[in-house]
Design a binder for this molecule. Sequence first.
Ligand SMILES: *[C@@H]1O[C@H](CO)[C@@H](O)[C@H](O)[C@H]1NC(C)=O
Ligand SMILES: *[C@@H]1O[C@H](CO)[C@@H](O)[C@H](O)[C@H]1NC(C)=O
Length: 354
Amino acid sequence: MRDVKPLFLLLLLHRVTNGQDNGKWSSTTSTEISTVVGCKVEIEWVNAGPVDEFTIYKKQEHILSFHSGVSDNLIGNERLMINQQKRRNGELITVTINDVEIGDSGIYTCKLLPSNHSKNVTLTVTDLKWKTGKEIKAVNPWTPVQLSWEYKDSSGTAMVTAVRRKPGNSDWAEILARWEKGSVVQVHDLLRSRLEVDNFMTTAAGNKRTSIVLKDVTREDLSYQYRLLLEFGKCQKYSEPIDLIPEQCEAAPECSMTVRNVLIILVVLLLLAVISLIIFSYILRRRFIDDAANTERNRYASNRDIALSSRQVTPLVPEPLLDSENGNSASTSTRNGTIGENGKDESKPYKMEW
Ligand SMILES: *[C@@H]1O[C@H](CO)[C@@H](O)[C@H](O)[C@H]1NC(C)=O
Ligand SMILES: *[C@@H]1O[C@H](CO)[C@@H](O)[C@H](O)[C@H]1NC(C)=O
Protein backbone atom coordinates (compact mmCIF):
# COMPACT_ATOMS: atom_id res chain seq x y z
CA MET A 1 0.00 0.00 0.00
CA ARG A 2 2.97 2.31 0.53
CA ASP A 3 3.79 2.10 -3.23
CA VAL A 4 0.46 3.57 -4.31
CA LYS A 5 1.02 7.10 -3.05
CA PRO A 6 4.15 7.95 -5.15
CA LEU A 7 2.38 6.57 -8.26
CA PHE A 8 -0.63 8.82 -7.61
CA LEU A 9 1.66 11.84 -7.21
CA LEU A 10 3.39 10.97 -10.46
CA LEU A 11 0.05 10.79 -12.28
CA LEU A 12 -1.00 14.13 -10.83
CA LEU A 13 2.25 15.70 -11.97
CA HIS A 14 1.69 14.23 -15.42
CA ARG A 15 -1.79 15.78 -15.57
CA VAL A 16 -0.44 19.21 -14.69
CA THR A 17 2.16 18.98 -17.46
CA ASN A 18 -0.59 18.08 -19.94
CA GLY A 19 -2.34 21.31 -19.25
CA GLN A 20 0.72 23.24 -20.31
CA ASP A 21 1.40 21.28 -23.54
CA ASN A 22 -2.02 20.85 -25.06
CA GLY A 23 -2.31 24.19 -26.76
CA LYS A 24 -0.28 23.21 -29.85
CA TRP A 25 -2.63 22.32 -32.67
CA SER A 26 -1.05 20.44 -35.51
CA SER A 27 -1.02 22.29 -38.80
CA THR A 28 -2.13 19.07 -40.53
CA THR A 29 -5.62 19.65 -39.18
CA SER A 30 -7.75 20.88 -42.09
CA THR A 31 -10.04 23.77 -41.32
CA GLU A 32 -12.47 23.30 -44.21
CA ILE A 33 -14.35 20.06 -44.94
CA SER A 34 -16.86 19.57 -47.75
CA THR A 35 -19.15 16.62 -48.13
CA VAL A 36 -22.53 15.70 -49.53
CA VAL A 37 -25.77 14.56 -47.92
CA GLY A 38 -25.74 10.92 -46.85
CA CYS A 39 -21.99 10.63 -46.44
CA LYS A 40 -20.10 9.79 -43.28
CA VAL A 41 -17.73 12.58 -42.36
CA GLU A 42 -14.89 12.72 -39.87
CA ILE A 43 -13.90 16.06 -38.38
CA GLU A 44 -10.42 15.83 -36.95
CA TRP A 45 -8.27 17.82 -34.59
CA VAL A 46 -4.66 16.88 -33.86
CA ASN A 47 -2.99 18.24 -30.78
CA ALA A 48 0.69 17.93 -29.90
CA GLY A 49 0.22 17.28 -26.21
CA PRO A 50 -1.63 14.51 -24.41
CA VAL A 51 -5.32 15.32 -24.15
CA ASP A 52 -7.59 14.14 -21.37
CA GLU A 53 -10.53 16.47 -21.41
CA PHE A 54 -12.18 18.53 -24.11
CA THR A 55 -15.51 19.81 -25.30
CA ILE A 56 -16.95 20.13 -28.81
CA TYR A 57 -19.16 23.01 -29.89
CA LYS A 58 -21.21 23.39 -32.98
CA LYS A 59 -22.01 27.00 -33.83
CA GLN A 60 -21.06 27.87 -30.21
CA GLU A 61 -23.50 25.28 -28.86
CA HIS A 62 -21.95 22.71 -26.53
CA ILE A 63 -22.74 19.35 -28.14
CA LEU A 64 -20.16 16.83 -26.92
CA SER A 65 -17.93 16.36 -23.90
CA PHE A 66 -15.02 14.03 -23.34
CA HIS A 67 -13.35 13.33 -20.02
CA SER A 68 -10.90 10.52 -19.19
CA GLY A 69 -12.14 8.23 -21.93
CA VAL A 70 -15.82 8.84 -21.31
CA SER A 71 -17.86 10.80 -23.84
CA ASP A 72 -21.11 12.57 -23.28
CA ASN A 73 -23.47 13.22 -26.16
CA LEU A 74 -25.19 16.32 -24.88
CA ILE A 75 -27.79 16.70 -27.60
CA GLY A 76 -28.58 12.96 -27.89
CA ASN A 77 -27.74 12.87 -31.60
CA GLU A 78 -27.13 9.22 -32.47
CA ARG A 79 -25.37 10.12 -35.72
CA LEU A 80 -22.57 11.79 -33.72
CA MET A 81 -19.60 9.89 -32.34
CA ILE A 82 -16.48 11.13 -30.62
CA ASN A 83 -13.16 9.38 -30.46
CA GLN A 84 -9.68 10.00 -29.14
CA GLN A 85 -6.54 8.17 -30.28
CA LYS A 86 -2.84 8.46 -29.69
CA ARG A 87 -0.82 9.22 -32.81
CA ARG A 88 2.88 9.70 -33.52
CA ASN A 89 2.36 13.43 -33.88
CA GLY A 90 0.14 13.75 -30.79
CA GLU A 91 -3.48 13.15 -29.94
CA LEU A 92 -6.13 12.71 -32.59
CA ILE A 93 -9.62 13.87 -31.71
CA THR A 94 -12.29 12.74 -34.14
CA VAL A 95 -15.94 13.68 -34.34
CA THR A 96 -17.71 11.32 -36.72
CA ILE A 97 -21.07 12.27 -38.21
CA ASN A 98 -22.92 9.47 -39.97
CA ASP A 99 -25.42 10.06 -42.76
CA VAL A 100 -24.82 13.81 -42.84
CA GLU A 101 -27.62 16.26 -43.47
CA ILE A 102 -27.60 19.83 -44.76
CA GLY A 103 -28.27 20.98 -41.18
CA ASP A 104 -24.95 19.50 -40.02
CA SER A 105 -23.15 22.33 -41.82
CA GLY A 106 -21.40 24.85 -39.57
CA ILE A 107 -18.33 25.65 -37.50
CA TYR A 108 -17.23 22.89 -35.15
CA THR A 109 -14.96 23.97 -32.28
CA CYS A 110 -12.83 21.73 -30.14
CA LYS A 111 -11.87 23.30 -26.81
CA LEU A 112 -9.27 21.65 -24.62
CA LEU A 113 -9.55 21.76 -20.86
CA PRO A 114 -8.29 23.13 -18.66
CA SER A 115 -6.27 25.37 -21.06
CA ASN A 116 -9.34 26.57 -23.02
CA HIS A 117 -7.29 26.36 -26.25
CA SER A 118 -9.66 25.91 -29.17
CA LYS A 119 -9.67 25.35 -32.89
CA ASN A 120 -12.44 25.71 -35.47
CA VAL A 121 -13.22 23.42 -38.40
CA THR A 122 -15.88 24.45 -40.92
CA LEU A 123 -18.09 21.69 -42.34
CA THR A 124 -20.04 22.35 -45.52
CA VAL A 125 -22.72 19.82 -46.50
CA THR A 126 -24.30 20.10 -49.93
CA ASP A 127 -26.84 18.01 -51.74
CA LEU A 128 -25.69 15.75 -54.56
CA LYS A 129 -28.39 15.29 -57.18
CA TRP A 130 -28.04 12.82 -60.05
CA LYS A 131 -29.73 14.07 -63.21
CA THR A 132 -29.23 10.79 -65.04
CA GLY A 133 -30.66 7.59 -63.62
CA LYS A 134 -30.72 3.86 -64.19
CA GLU A 135 -30.54 3.08 -67.86
CA ILE A 136 -30.68 0.06 -70.15
CA LYS A 137 -29.09 0.78 -73.50
CA ALA A 138 -29.69 -1.48 -76.48
CA VAL A 139 -26.54 -1.62 -78.56
CA ASN A 140 -25.65 -3.36 -81.77
CA PRO A 141 -22.37 -5.22 -81.39
CA TRP A 142 -19.53 -3.62 -83.37
CA THR A 143 -21.16 -0.19 -83.12
CA PRO A 144 -20.24 2.64 -80.71
CA VAL A 145 -22.20 3.45 -77.55
CA GLN A 146 -22.23 6.71 -75.62
CA LEU A 147 -22.51 6.61 -71.84
CA SER A 148 -23.47 9.97 -70.28
CA TRP A 149 -23.82 11.16 -66.73
CA GLU A 150 -25.08 14.44 -65.32
CA TYR A 151 -25.31 15.58 -61.73
CA LYS A 152 -25.47 18.65 -59.52
CA ASP A 153 -22.71 19.01 -56.96
CA SER A 154 -22.26 22.45 -55.42
CA SER A 155 -19.22 21.37 -53.43
CA GLY A 156 -17.27 20.72 -56.63
CA THR A 157 -14.71 18.73 -54.67
CA ALA A 158 -15.42 15.26 -55.97
CA MET A 159 -12.85 12.96 -57.53
CA VAL A 160 -14.65 11.51 -60.54
CA THR A 161 -14.15 8.06 -62.04
CA ALA A 162 -16.05 6.06 -64.66
CA VAL A 163 -16.06 2.42 -63.65
CA ARG A 164 -17.55 -0.86 -64.76
CA ARG A 165 -18.08 -4.33 -63.34
CA LYS A 166 -19.79 -7.58 -64.20
CA PRO A 167 -23.09 -8.00 -62.36
CA GLY A 168 -22.49 -10.09 -59.26
CA ASN A 169 -18.99 -8.73 -58.65
CA SER A 170 -18.95 -6.61 -55.54
CA ASP A 171 -16.03 -4.51 -56.76
CA TRP A 172 -16.22 -1.66 -59.20
CA ALA A 173 -12.51 -2.08 -59.72
CA GLU A 174 -12.21 -1.59 -63.47
CA ILE A 175 -11.54 2.09 -64.06
CA LEU A 176 -12.41 3.32 -67.55
CA ALA A 177 -11.49 6.97 -67.01
CA ARG A 178 -10.70 9.45 -64.29
CA TRP A 179 -11.21 13.20 -64.17
CA GLU A 180 -9.63 15.87 -62.02
CA LYS A 181 -11.18 19.34 -61.86
CA GLY A 182 -13.18 18.44 -64.95
CA SER A 183 -10.25 17.33 -67.11
CA VAL A 184 -9.42 13.79 -68.16
CA VAL A 185 -6.33 12.55 -66.31
CA GLN A 186 -6.51 8.80 -66.87
CA VAL A 187 -7.94 6.39 -69.44
CA HIS A 188 -8.09 2.57 -69.26
CA ASP A 189 -4.88 1.21 -70.84
CA LEU A 190 -6.30 -1.77 -72.72
CA LEU A 191 -9.42 0.05 -73.91
CA ARG A 192 -7.64 3.29 -74.83
CA SER A 193 -8.00 2.71 -78.58
CA ARG A 194 -11.75 2.11 -78.24
CA LEU A 195 -12.50 4.86 -75.70
CA GLU A 196 -13.31 8.49 -76.36
CA VAL A 197 -13.46 10.45 -73.13
CA ASP A 198 -14.80 14.00 -72.90
CA ASN A 199 -13.81 16.66 -70.40
CA PHE A 200 -16.54 17.84 -68.08
CA MET A 201 -18.90 20.56 -69.17
CA THR A 202 -21.25 22.69 -67.11
CA THR A 203 -24.82 22.94 -68.34
CA ALA A 204 -26.91 26.11 -68.28
CA ALA A 205 -28.56 24.82 -65.09
CA GLY A 206 -25.14 24.50 -63.43
CA ASN A 207 -25.04 20.70 -63.68
CA LYS A 208 -21.87 18.83 -64.40
CA ARG A 209 -21.99 16.59 -67.41
CA THR A 210 -19.60 14.15 -69.03
CA SER A 211 -19.71 11.20 -71.37
CA ILE A 212 -17.54 8.45 -72.71
CA VAL A 213 -17.91 6.71 -76.06
CA LEU A 214 -17.04 3.04 -76.25
CA LYS A 215 -16.42 2.10 -79.88
CA ASP A 216 -16.82 -1.31 -81.55
CA VAL A 217 -18.77 -2.74 -78.62
CA THR A 218 -17.93 -6.41 -78.07
CA ARG A 219 -19.94 -9.19 -76.50
CA GLU A 220 -17.62 -8.85 -73.49
CA ASP A 221 -18.49 -5.13 -73.14
CA LEU A 222 -22.19 -6.01 -73.10
CA SER A 223 -21.79 -8.13 -69.97
CA TYR A 224 -20.74 -5.15 -67.81
CA GLN A 225 -22.58 -2.48 -65.84
CA TYR A 226 -21.26 1.07 -66.13
CA ARG A 227 -21.28 3.74 -63.42
CA LEU A 228 -19.83 7.08 -62.49
CA LEU A 229 -18.15 7.23 -59.08
CA LEU A 230 -17.84 10.46 -57.11
CA GLU A 231 -15.53 10.46 -54.12
CA PHE A 232 -15.80 13.08 -51.39
CA GLY A 233 -12.89 12.16 -49.18
CA LYS A 234 -13.64 8.64 -48.03
CA CYS A 235 -17.26 8.90 -49.07
CA GLN A 236 -18.16 7.21 -52.35
CA LYS A 237 -21.27 8.02 -54.34
CA TYR A 238 -22.19 5.90 -57.33
CA SER A 239 -24.57 6.81 -60.13
CA GLU A 240 -27.28 4.34 -61.02
CA PRO A 241 -25.86 1.69 -63.38
CA ILE A 242 -26.10 1.73 -67.15
CA ASP A 243 -26.68 -1.78 -68.49
CA LEU A 244 -25.84 -2.62 -72.08
CA ILE A 245 -27.93 -5.22 -73.86
CA PRO A 246 -27.60 -6.47 -77.44
CA GLU A 247 -30.09 -4.87 -79.78
CA GLN A 248 -32.71 -7.01 -81.58
CA CYS A 249 -31.67 -10.26 -79.98
CA GLU A 250 -31.56 -12.16 -76.74
CA ALA A 251 -28.36 -12.20 -74.75
CA ALA A 252 -27.41 -15.48 -76.39
CA PRO A 253 -23.71 -16.35 -76.59
CA GLU A 254 -23.54 -16.24 -80.38
CA CYS A 255 -25.83 -13.25 -80.67
CA SER A 256 -23.26 -10.70 -81.69
CA MET A 257 -21.91 -12.96 -84.42
CA THR A 258 -25.44 -13.72 -85.63
CA VAL A 259 -26.23 -10.05 -85.95
CA ARG A 260 -23.04 -9.52 -87.91
CA ASN A 261 -23.78 -12.46 -90.22
CA VAL A 262 -27.33 -11.29 -90.78
CA LEU A 263 -26.02 -7.85 -91.68
CA ILE A 264 -23.53 -9.32 -94.18
CA ILE A 265 -26.25 -11.49 -95.75
CA LEU A 266 -28.57 -8.48 -95.98
CA VAL A 267 -25.88 -6.43 -97.71
CA VAL A 268 -25.15 -9.25 -100.18
CA LEU A 269 -28.88 -9.71 -100.91
CA LEU A 270 -29.23 -5.98 -101.44
CA LEU A 271 -26.31 -5.96 -103.86
CA LEU A 272 -27.78 -8.93 -105.76
CA ALA A 273 -31.14 -7.18 -105.93
CA VAL A 274 -29.55 -4.00 -107.30
CA ILE A 275 -27.53 -5.93 -109.88
CA SER A 276 -30.53 -7.98 -111.08
CA LEU A 277 -32.61 -4.81 -111.23
CA ILE A 278 -30.00 -3.21 -113.48
CA ILE A 279 -29.86 -6.30 -115.73
CA PHE A 280 -33.64 -6.59 -115.84
CA SER A 281 -34.11 -2.94 -116.70
CA TYR A 282 -31.44 -3.27 -119.42
CA ILE A 283 -33.22 -6.28 -120.96
CA LEU A 284 -36.55 -4.54 -120.68
CA ARG A 285 -35.18 -1.46 -122.39
CA ARG A 286 -33.63 -3.50 -125.21
CA ARG A 287 -36.88 -5.35 -125.72
CA PHE A 288 -38.86 -2.12 -125.71
CA ILE A 289 -36.52 -0.59 -128.30
CA ASP A 290 -36.80 -3.71 -130.46
CA ASP A 291 -40.57 -3.70 -130.11
CA ALA A 292 -40.72 -0.04 -130.99
CA ALA A 293 -38.50 -0.63 -134.00
CA ASN A 294 -40.64 -3.57 -135.11
CA THR A 295 -43.82 -1.58 -134.69
CA GLU A 296 -42.30 1.24 -136.67
CA ARG A 297 -41.19 -1.16 -139.41
CA ASN A 298 -44.61 -2.84 -139.46
CA ARG A 299 -46.38 0.48 -139.62
CA TYR A 300 -44.08 1.55 -142.39
CA ALA A 301 -44.67 -1.69 -144.23
CA SER A 302 -48.43 -1.53 -143.81
CA ASN A 303 -48.49 2.08 -144.92
CA ARG A 304 -46.59 1.01 -148.01
CA ASP A 305 -49.05 -1.81 -148.46
CA ILE A 306 -52.00 0.49 -148.22
CA ALA A 307 -50.39 3.04 -150.48
CA LEU A 308 -49.53 0.51 -153.16
CA SER A 309 -52.69 -1.50 -153.12
CA SER A 310 -56.10 0.10 -152.70
CA ARG A 311 -57.20 -2.86 -150.57
CA GLN A 312 -57.82 -2.26 -146.85
CA VAL A 313 -55.43 -4.63 -145.14
CA THR A 314 -54.51 -4.44 -141.49
CA PRO A 315 -50.78 -4.89 -140.99
CA LEU A 316 -51.36 -7.46 -138.23
CA VAL A 317 -52.95 -9.95 -140.59
CA PRO A 318 -50.30 -12.59 -141.49
CA GLU A 319 -49.17 -12.89 -145.07
CA PRO A 320 -50.33 -16.48 -145.71
CA LEU A 321 -53.85 -15.59 -144.55
CA LEU A 322 -53.75 -12.64 -146.90
CA ASP A 323 -52.60 -14.89 -149.73
CA SER A 324 -55.27 -17.51 -149.20
CA GLU A 325 -57.87 -14.77 -149.07
CA ASN A 326 -56.72 -13.54 -152.44
CA GLY A 327 -56.14 -17.03 -153.77
CA ASN A 328 -53.18 -15.72 -155.69
CA SER A 329 -49.77 -16.27 -154.14
CA ALA A 330 -47.81 -15.32 -157.23
CA SER A 331 -49.26 -11.86 -157.46
CA THR A 332 -48.50 -11.33 -153.76
CA SER A 333 -44.86 -12.33 -154.18
CA THR A 334 -44.63 -10.10 -157.20
CA ARG A 335 -46.13 -7.28 -155.25
CA ASN A 336 -43.70 -7.88 -152.40
CA GLY A 337 -40.85 -7.83 -154.83
CA THR A 338 -42.16 -4.62 -156.25
CA ILE A 339 -42.22 -3.08 -152.76
CA GLY A 340 -38.67 -4.17 -152.16
CA GLU A 341 -37.51 -2.72 -155.42
CA ASN A 342 -39.44 0.46 -154.85
CA GLY A 343 -38.00 0.78 -151.33
CA LYS A 344 -34.48 0.34 -152.69
CA ASP A 345 -35.23 2.85 -155.40
CA GLU A 346 -36.47 5.42 -152.90
CA SER A 347 -33.72 5.10 -150.21
CA LYS A 348 -30.78 4.63 -152.56
CA PRO A 349 -31.72 6.01 -155.96
CA TYR A 350 -28.17 5.88 -157.37
CA LYS A 351 -27.61 2.22 -156.39
CA MET A 352 -29.58 0.63 -159.20
CA GLU A 353 -28.85 -2.74 -160.87
CA TRP A 354 -26.40 -1.05 -163.20
C1 LIG B 1 -11.31 28.46 -19.20
O1 LIG B 1 -12.64 29.00 -19.28
C2 LIG B 1 -13.39 28.88 -18.08
C3 LIG B 1 -14.77 29.36 -18.27
O2 LIG B 1 -15.01 29.90 -19.54
C4 LIG B 1 -12.66 29.64 -16.96
O3 LIG B 1 -13.34 29.49 -15.76
C5 LIG B 1 -11.25 29.11 -16.82
O4 LIG B 1 -10.53 29.91 -15.87
C6 LIG B 1 -10.52 29.16 -18.13
N1 LIG B 1 -9.23 28.53 -17.99
C7 LIG B 1 -8.09 29.07 -18.40
C8 LIG B 1 -6.82 28.28 -18.17
O5 LIG B 1 -8.05 30.20 -18.93
C1 LIG C 1 -14.15 30.01 -34.06
O1 LIG C 1 -15.34 30.53 -34.67
C2 LIG C 1 -16.07 31.37 -33.83
C3 LIG C 1 -17.35 31.73 -34.55
O2 LIG C 1 -17.12 32.23 -35.83
C4 LIG C 1 -15.25 32.59 -33.46
O3 LIG C 1 -15.98 33.41 -32.60
C5 LIG C 1 -13.96 32.12 -32.79
O4 LIG C 1 -13.12 33.21 -32.54
C6 LIG C 1 -13.22 31.13 -33.64
N1 LIG C 1 -12.10 30.59 -32.90
C7 LIG C 1 -10.90 30.40 -33.45
C8 LIG C 1 -9.85 29.79 -32.59
O5 LIG C 1 -10.65 30.75 -34.60
